[in-house]
Ligand binder design. Structure first.
Ligand code: HEM
Length: 158
């Protein structure tokens, strides 16, 4: 059961990364509506990931890495955990300014209205960090899953 939850959580974080890439491509092409939908989808998938991840933790399911280069693995794991924790406030900040901007603009065709512009400038400043961190977390989450699948030993519960 915990192993299945683990698999689904990885699928969710990888899909959220893919939705994020689509969101970036859409805004580069100027399609704001599709950008918003992709980013809300990415956020929803990341939220499902978080719920599944916390459920698995609560079930006491852990895997210990017993493969080669343990130091490199632990460095990867540490960077993943630190940036995953940072990703939540970063994503909330990006969403908050997009939301406030949208409220001030009334609709996505009016984002250059002065009150909206200030929020979307902040949105752009936040996403400069949010996008790379989110992608790093999604990619390393998948890499860690693959490594533990190959070299992991279930240490507790499940
Ligand atoms: C309700 C959700 C969202 C809405 C309505 C929204 C809306 C927008 C708009 C209107 C722009 C263009 C801003 C401008 O031209 O100055 C933009 C840019 C952008 N947004 Fe979003 N956004 C949302 C969520 C997100 C999220 C969650 C992310 C990533 C974490 C994101 C990443 C980006 C990126 C990378 C850009 C391009 C920034 C640039 O050109 O420098 N957006 N967004």
């Amino acid at each position: 059961m915990a192993e299945t939850i683990n698999q689904w959580s990885v699928i969710m974080i990888v899909l959220s990364g893919i939705a994020l890439i689509f969101g970036v491509l859409f805004i580069r092409r100027g399609n704001r509506e599709a950008h918003m939908r992709s980013m809300l989808t990415a956020s929803a998938l990341a939220t499902v990931f978080l719920v599944l991840y916390l459920t698995r933790l609560a079930m006491g399911y852990e895997k210990t890495y017993i493969g080669p280069n343990k130091g490199a693995y632990l460095a990867l794991l540490l960077s993943h955990i630190v940036l995953a924790a940072a990703n939540l406030p970063l994503a909330l900040g990006a969403l908050w300014h997009a939301w406030k901007g949208l409220q001030a603009a009334g609709n996505l065709n009016n984002i250059d209205a002065p009150a909206a512009r200030a929020h979307f400038n902040k949105h752009r400043a936040w996403v400069r960090w949010t996008v790379p961190v989110w992608l790093y977390v999604a990619a390393t989450g998948w890499i860690i899953y693959v490594l533990l699948h190959k070299y992991g030993q279930v240490s507790t519960g499940a």
